[in-house]
Design a protein around this ligand. Structure first.
Ligand code: KG4
Length: 358
């Protein structure tokens, strides 16, 4: 194969994304956001997402190819998110990938969305003026890294034994961290998704104003739970079952306090994990990984355990766009898979596909 130019598609949730990648290099990464469509529901509405994916997919493919400066003739494989995610949404991406694969006689590579988020830290921007055909398509050799994935659908600690071999060390037992922030943001009328708004408001507030509880301190596991924090928030905001409006500064203090509580829960469990186990390096991915306070709190926790981590520098995706759902991470993860000619026909959506089943 001359060069590994992958066209990657992700329709796992509410964003239609298409990217062109070469090894770790991102040549084009286009995201057609559906946020405005779902805002009125305060969350993602699956059938609305499916319809929007259907409308967005072809133009998004065209603009990803244009952005990358690549034609179909140069593409060597198509990667697509097979799961986990919303079944009706996944279906659109998989169908499109199958159609393009048969039209252009290309192999299909099914990719796990969570593996994409994990490996997003390995993505690199295309070097300026680089000749695409001459870029190295190798990815680094990784052994015993710790992946922290914090998004709207998942919150987990994963041991990356090597690329493609994962063990989940701990995960949320209920809501994901981003989901918890979004739900509390809804109580505060902050719109959807609320995570980025909470980050901005938190800068103007006092994180110690409200002493939220620290969950699961008595358990020995590295599992997490955010539903108690959500209930505490509701109890504080409600009077006789009715949400009470707060004054401006009170909203800022509430945001700062709940954000601190959510992240302190993650770093408390991370600290426990680092006391118990050694790792070569630590990766952070997922939508909430865009949050500067979370990054700082995780860096501080790693610093406090720097003798337990060979490379104590926290690895994060090179841009915020790579933290959220995107197809570039799917293309990068696909690079680690063996390409099987004609494998595409067997691909079906896998809404609950876990990392350990890869
Ligand atoms: O990874 P992602 O785009 O979608 C999946 O869940 O797969 O993550 C979206 C989540 C939402 O819950 C959103 O509120 C949260 O990431 N998020 C943030 C920030 N940016 C996005 N949460 C806190 N601070 C942010 N800056």
């Amino acid at each position: 194969m001359k060069n590994n130019l992958i066209l990657a598609i992700d329709t796992s949730c509410d964003d239609t994304s298409v990217a062109v990648t070469s090894g770790p290099y991102v040549l084009g990464n286009v995201i057609a956001s559906q946020t405005e469509l779902h805002r009125q529901y305060g969350g993602v509405f699956p059938t609305v997402a499916k319809q929007a994916h259907k409308e967005n997919i072809a133009p998004t493919v065209t603009s990803a190819l244009r952005r990358a400066g690549i034609t179909w003739d140069e593409i060597t494989a198509i990667a697509v998110t097979q799961g986990p995610g919303l079944a009706p949404a996944l279906e659109v991406g998989i169908r499109a990938a199958q159609t393009y694969a048969s039209e252009h006689n290309l192999p299909l590579i099914p990719v796990n969305h969570l593996e994409g988020h994990l490996l997003s830290v390995l993505a690199r921007p295309k070097p300026r003026d680089a000749n695409v055909q001459k870029l190295s398509s190798d990815l680094p050799v990784v052994k015993n890294a710790l992946g922290i994935l914090v998004s709207g659908g998942n919150t987990l600690f994963v041991q990356v034994k090597q690329i493609g071999k994962y063990e989940v060390l701990g995960q949320t037992l209920d809501d994901a961290a981003g989901e918890c922030l979004d739900k509390i943001g809804r109580m505060l009328n902050l719109g959807y998704p609320a995570g980025p708004v909470i980050e901005q408001f938190a800068k103007l507030g006092n994180p110690k104003a409200i002493p939220f509880p620290l969950p699961l301190t008595m358990t020995k596991t590295y599992d997490l739970s955010f539903s108690g924090l959500k209930t505490s928030a509701r109890n504080l905001l409600e009077d006789n079952g009715v949400l009470q409006p707060l004054k401006k500064q009170e909203v800022y203090d509430f945001c700062a306090s709940i954000q601190f509580a959510v992240f302190r829960h993650i770093t408390y469990k991370l600290n426990k994990l680092l006391v118990d186990q050694k790792f070569s390096q630590i990766w952070l991915g997922g939508g909430v990984a865009a949050n500067a306070t979370l990054r700082r709190m995780i860096r501080e926790t790693i610093q406090a355990n720097s003798d337990r981590v060979a490379n104590p520098k926290l690895l994060t995706p090179y841009s915020k766009k790579l933290c959220m759902d995107n197809a570039a991470m799917i293309g990068v993860a696909a690079r680690t898979k063996r390409i099987q000619k004609g494998g595409g026909e067997q691909i079906g959506r896998r809404p609950r596909w876990g990392l350990e089943e890869i």
